[in-house]
Write a new protein. Structure first.
Length: 353
């Protein structure tokens, strides 16, 4: 496959201007830009750029990460690009430092639907904890949850939510989404046949029937925040041994206003099998709550966190069906289905129905 054409921002003059705006380049200028490596992810194209300077460039980055649309999904998933650019250019500058990679430039073109992000390259200092789908160690998981809690605390019940930051789903929006889900579920259940037990079918039917009542937690607009939306542990970068830094979060194309435990349930209940989940779940929830309190969240008790977590785990039985509906391979949605159903059983989430 021919690599996509790089955007104009990688030209030396435009890179110089971007780095000056970012406060990391004073009197020098970018002289040369070289592609060090490039690869495709599922929906994006990642390019690592090497930079050389002329003049004074102490402290300026020697490399950057350019993220842009995957050619095969450039138009079909353009809104995800628009959404991620909005996060890095509008939300990230108003967050505490050290939570995400720094963004030096981001743009979405309404006409062509092309987009790009020019991000801090943390290759030399950070790495993903493990290869997918191997869970992280206890210490790695603690670092990840700490950073997630810090991000959630930064937007907790923020006055900007739904005004200038994100959009609230209306009650009608929620009802329409559940109607769409119900149609997907019927086809999903038909296709699975006896691989979906009657007990699980009853659980799905009860969730659909009571979705309006269950949605009241979201529509209360209380104790909510900006959720990542795809917070598996492989979307976090951890500092390498000997590096004094914190974990960073990346891939923000699914962010939105939500109950914060939606990210925790996605990370833990959907992704981990019972032994690992049971070994770390309480410890991680404790760390999450302690970090919220340490960063200014008030009025949210440990009991409220448990209740929200169970609520979110129950809602996550919908995730495998949504994944099936967009043709994600069974190796992903089937395992997610088994894991989240075991979490529902362990945590007594049916009581919420």
């Amino acid at each position: 496959m021919t690599p996509p054409q790089l955007p104009a921002v990688v030209e030396p003059a435009q890179l110089t201007a971007a780095l000056r705006r970012g406060g990391v380049l004073d009197r020098g200028a970018v002289r040369e830009v070289k592609v060090l490596h490039q690869r495709d992810t599922v929906v994006s194209h990642i390019v690592r750029l090497g930079l050389r300077y002329v003049g004074e460039s102490t402290g300026a980055p020697q490399s950057l990460i350019l993220k842009m649309a995957h050619a095969a999904f450039a138009r079909t998933l353009a809104d995800r690009g628009r959404h991620e650019v909005a996060f890095y250019t509008q939300l990230a500058p108003n967050m505490p430092p050290g939570l995400t990679p720094r963004c030096f430039d981001g743009h979405f073109d309404d006409e062509s639907e092309a987009w790009h992000l020019l991000l801090e390259d943390l290759t030399g200092s950070h790495d993903i904890a493990t290869v997918p789908t191997l869970p992280p160690s206890r210490d790695q998981a603690m670092a990840i949850v700490t950073t997630l809690a810090r991000m959630h605390a930064a937007w907790w019940d923020h006055a900007s939510l739904g005004a200038t930051v994100g959009t609230w789903a209306s009650i009608e929006d929620s009802a329409g989404r559940m109607e769409t889900f119900a149609g997907h579920y019927d086809r999903f259940a038909d296709q699975l046949g006896d691989r979906l037990s009657e007990e699980r079918r009853i659980l799905y039917r009860r969730l659909i029937e009571q979705s309006a009542r269950l949605s009241q937690r979201y529509h209360s607009r209380r104790h909510v925040t900006i959720a990542h939306g795809d917070a598996h542990t492989w979307n976090f970068l951890l500092p390498r041994a000997g590096v004094a830094d914190t974990a960073r979060i990346f891939d923000f194309d699914l962010w939105g206003i939500n109950v914060p435990t939606s990210d925790l349930a996605y990370m833990i209940a959907l992704q981990w099998y019972p032994e690992r989940r049971q070994a770390l779940e309480r410890t991680l929830l404790n760390r999450y709550h302690e970090t919220l309190l340490a960063h200014g969240v008030t009025g949210y008790t440990r009991g409220a966190l448990d209740q929200d977590y169970r609520w979110s785990v129950l809602w996550h039985i919908t995730k495998p069906v949504w994944q099936w509906s967009i043709n994600i391979p069974p190796g992903i949605w089937w395992n997610n289905l088994e894991r989240v159903m075991m979490a529902v059983d362990d945590l007594g989430c049916e009581e919420l129905l």
